[in-house]
Structures are given as structure tokens and as C-alpha cells.
Design a protein around this ligand. Sequence first.
Ligand SMILES: NC(=O)C1=CN([C@@H]2O[C@H](COP(=O)(O)OP(=O)(O)OC[C@H]3O[C@@H](n4cnc5c(N)ncnc54)[C@H](OP(=O)(O)O)[C@@H]3O)[C@@H](O)[C@H]2O)[C@@H](O)CC1
Ligand SMILES: Nc1ncnc2c1ncn2[C@@H]1O[C@H](COP(=O)(O)OP(=O)(O)O)[C@@H](O)[C@H]1O
Ligand SMILES: [K+]
Length: 508
Amino acid sequence: MKIFSASQLKQADEITIKNQNITSEELMERAATQVFEEIHRRLQGAQLPVKIFCGIGNNGGDGLVVGRMLLEHGYQVKVFVVNYSDKRSQDFLANYDKIKEVSNNWPELIKKEEDFPEINRGDFVIDAMFGIGLNRPIEGWVGKLVEHINNSRAFVLAIDMPSGLFSDKIPAKEDAVINANFTLTFQTPKLVFFLPQTMDYVGDIQVLDIGLDRDFLAETDTALELTGKAEARELYKPRKKNSHKGNYGHTLTVGGSYGKIGSILLTTTAALRTGAGLCTVFVPKCGYEIIQTGLPEAMVITDENFEMLTAIKTDLDADVVCFGMGAGRSEETVGAFKELLKKTKKPMLIDADGINILSENKDLLQLVPENSILTPHPKELQRLIGKWQDDFEKMEMVQRFCLEKKLIVVLKGAYTFIFDGTKISINTTGNPGMATAGSGDVLSGVIAAMLSQKYKPFAAARLGVYLHGKAGDLYAEENSYEALISGDIAENMGRAYLDLFKEENGKD
Ligand SMILES: NC(=O)C1=CN([C@@H]2O[C@H](COP(=O)(O)OP(=O)(O)OC[C@H]3O[C@@H](n4cnc5c(N)ncnc54)[C@H](OP(=O)(O)O)[C@@H]3O)[C@@H](O)[C@H]2O)[C@@H](O)CC1
Ligand SMILES: Nc1ncnc2c1ncn2[C@@H]1O[C@H](COP(=O)(O)OP(=O)(O)O)[C@@H](O)[C@H]1O
Ligand SMILES: [K+]
């Protein structure tokens, strides 16, 4: 799913009104009807106090339409107009008149702190103060109202965006922003819903298709895209009946050190579970029995050294080399990595200490084959590219790094972002249960196996990250977040693949 910017959405708005020959008021009615229907479906007529806070722009207009429809359906609604300006939008005004027609319970104006209503814990609050039109921080008594709503601990549903959140920058620490439990957003999720600095404001997200012009949406390019099941399914390449293990590539996983052989075992297990045709593991001697016993499906070659990697001697012409998990950063291992880089020409997967070694020896970066994939978590990324001011600057820095070095970066997190220098893909699967030792090692194996099955690097990263998260989700659904350990992710790769072809309602 594409992620459009606020200006692209405004353009889509105008083109839709023109091409569908409707008024902007009709488009608002259509959009807000979707919000109403979603709320109605969830509340089922429940008589809890609903308090709607409307701004004076079109986000406020949406709130008024939802208010009118809830009143018409017998809900216990009180609508407030947060009168922060006299510049009421036309569609706001039209709906201000309409809501007065359906009820004697007219909207109440809020103009100062003294006008704030009481909000109780059991209330259902709808935030329709600001949407994509917010262009400066919320200030004064309006900011206090945001605080008042946040402090109430009522359930808060935001229309389009939580008020106070910008679509293209991070609010300052002191800025007032609504803490929503749920956000119903129009046509496209907004980028800020997925950034670590702003994701906590939005709660659960649901995207409502408000029927904006199909052609415009299809033809408009966006650098940002969300990878969900539909996209992952598109990326997936089914196996041919007439095939053999050579078609799915030979993966060489290189890593491990004394006390950290488990990491490379996890990586290689994951690579095999993801479909790599053959796997060879290169480990220090201490890893020999561990790998042979723990994973009889893999072949093992050992370093001359017992405890760490010192020279990666093998004639194997692997389809993909995956380096770094548990490798450590000793001088000898740095030397071994350098020699490995010199002789590797195909795109590699570099993780963990592989990334740390590159950060400490930047000259090695020029040896990394083009289109290789690096999978840092934020700390590893910072060591590699330096500090950033905020998430927007971070994204620019990563894209520049990818372009300059011709690399792909998988930035791991609650939402994992995949960069290739021009495009950014945001993953939708995964859960907090995956914040556990070794889940990154598993991811390296998953993506390496995608490369070895001849997926193009950006596609390999997108599909790999999606399936890795899905495997974690499927495990957690039955066993809890807490009980998840990283080996479970590898174990559940099969279910993640099968799930690609299941419909959301469980039917095939
Ligand atoms: N295609 C779609 O997506 C559709 C979108 N629709 C809806 O429209 C919403 C966007 O509406 P919008 O453009 O009227 O802006 P909105 O967010 O209501 O802001 C209101 C005004 O506030 C002002 N202002 C800004 N910051 C301020 C501040 N800090 N403190 C005080 N004032 C401030 C600013 O005016 P200014 O004072 O800067 O001139 C601005 O005009 C969108 O989120 C969705 O809900 C649907 O109805 C139909 C389909
Ligand atoms: N809260 C979370 N939600 C979703 N995925 C998560 C969450 N926390 C961690 N993950 C995923 O788990 C993996 C952790 O990787 P990493 O930090 O390298 O762990 P390790 O070094 O222990 O292997 C990443 O793929 C990351 O996206
Ligand atoms: K809002």
C-alpha cells in the first residue's frame, strides 16, 4: 500500500471532486460516513457518553458529520466546537448548520479553559480537532484541552490523525499531541504513524478507503510503501515442480565465536526453514559439534582457530554469503572479514558484528559488493552513519548512505524500514514478543535464504522481513509475547508462508 504525503492527498481530493463530479461537501460526507459506520459497528448502539471535539477546518467538519449520524442513530452524543480561530471552512459551516437540524442538542463552543467539559474515564472521545492541515504546534488553551483529554484516560478515537501530529515533521517534546487509542485514517496511512518518535500517539490504525480517484492513486509515485500481506504475496515466487536443491541456492553463513555459536546456529536454521537449497556454516572450531548436532541438515567448515574466526578458507562458490552473527570484533576476525569481502562478488547479507566492524573500519565499506543488505538495529545504524536529530533526518541519512554505497539497509524495529536509496518499504508484521535475544540472527538467515532463492535484494529484504514478523505473530497468537524465543520464529516460517495465501477471515 502506498503512503501518500499530505500534499498528494490534497491533490487527490481535488481531482476526485472534479472527475467524480461531486462537491467537497459530498466527499466529506462520504469520508465521515465511513468513520461513522466503523464506530457504529464497534459500539453497536451502546449508550456510553460520546464526546466529539471538532476543530473549525475540514477535520472538524468530519467530526460534525459523524456527530450528526451518531445522533440520528440514538447515541448519547455531545459535540464541542473547539473555536481556535474564526476561519471556519465552508464544509465545516455547511455541516454546522446540518447538525442543528437533527437535534436540539446543539454543539457547544469552547473558547477558553473555563469552557472545558468534564471528561470521564468511561467516555468515548472523538478527536476531530486537527488533521493533515495542522501547520504549527497547538498552543494556549487548545493545548491545555489536548492535555485535559489525555489526562481523562477516556478511550480516544482520532479522525484521520491524532491532533497535534504533523504529517511531515516530529512535534517538539513540549508540544501538545492527542494520545489516541485508535486512529481511523483516510485512504492512506501517514508516515508518522510508523516512526519510533511518533508511533505511540496513534494507537491501533485502520485505513478507510474513501474512494479517491483510482487512476490518480495508481499513477502517483510515492517513495514510501507499506508491505502487508497483499504486497508480500505479490513478491512470492512459487516453486517449480521440476526443480532441485541447486535452484534454491547455496548459502554460506559465517560467524560465531566461543560462547556465541548459538547465534549462527539460529541464522542457519532460519535459512534452511526459509527455503535455502543448501547451507554451509563456517565457524571457529568450537562450533563444529554444536552445529553438526543442532542442525544435521547443514554442512560445517571450521576455522583453524578454536575460539574465533581468523581466516575464512573455503573454495565454496556460494550463492550468498551471510556474515557477522556472533562473530566478535577481534583483530583477527576483522582481517578475516576483509579477505572475505575481497573475494565476494555477489550481494551479501551483513549483520551484527559484521556491521560493527564496518563502522570501525569505514574503508572496508568500499569492498562490500553492490546491492548487499545490511540489517542494523538503531544502535548499529548510529555507529555506521552517525547520530541524527530526529526520525526524518535519520531516513534522509540512510537513503544517502544507500545511494552512495549502493547498498540496502534493513533498519530493524517495532516497524522495520527497508531502504534502497530511493524507495522505503515499511513492514507491517511483528510484535513486541520478538524483542528477545537472537531474533535478529534469525532475520539474517531468512533474508539470506531469500537471496539464495534468487529474489532480488530489495524484494528479498521485504519478503524476508514480512515473513519473519508473521512467523513471530503466528507463534505469539497461540503462546503469548512473553514465551516467544527466537528459535520459535524460525520454527514458524512454514506457517508464515502458508498464511500468505489465507484470507483475513481465515478462509483460503
Ligand atoms: N482527501 C482527504 O484526505 C480528505 C480529508 N478530509 C478531512 O480534511 C482534513 C484536513 O482539513 P483542513 O485542510 O481543513 O485542515 P485541518 O486539519 O482541519 O486544520 C484546520 C485549520 O487549522 C489551522 N491551523 C493549523 N494549525 C493550527 C494550529 N496549531 N493552531 C490553530 N490553527 C491551526 C489551519 O488554518 P490556518 O490558521 O493556518 O490558516 C487549517 O486550515 C483531513 O485531515 C480530513 O480529516 C475529508 O473531510 C475529506 C477527504
Ligand atoms: N516491539 C517489536 N515489534 C516488532 N518487532 C520487533 C519488536 N522488537 C524487536 N522486533 C524485531 O526483532 C528483531 C530484533 O533484532 P535484533 O535487535 O538484531 O536482535 P538480536 O540482536 O537479539 O538478534 C528485529 O527483526 C526486530 O524488527
Ligand atoms: K484529528
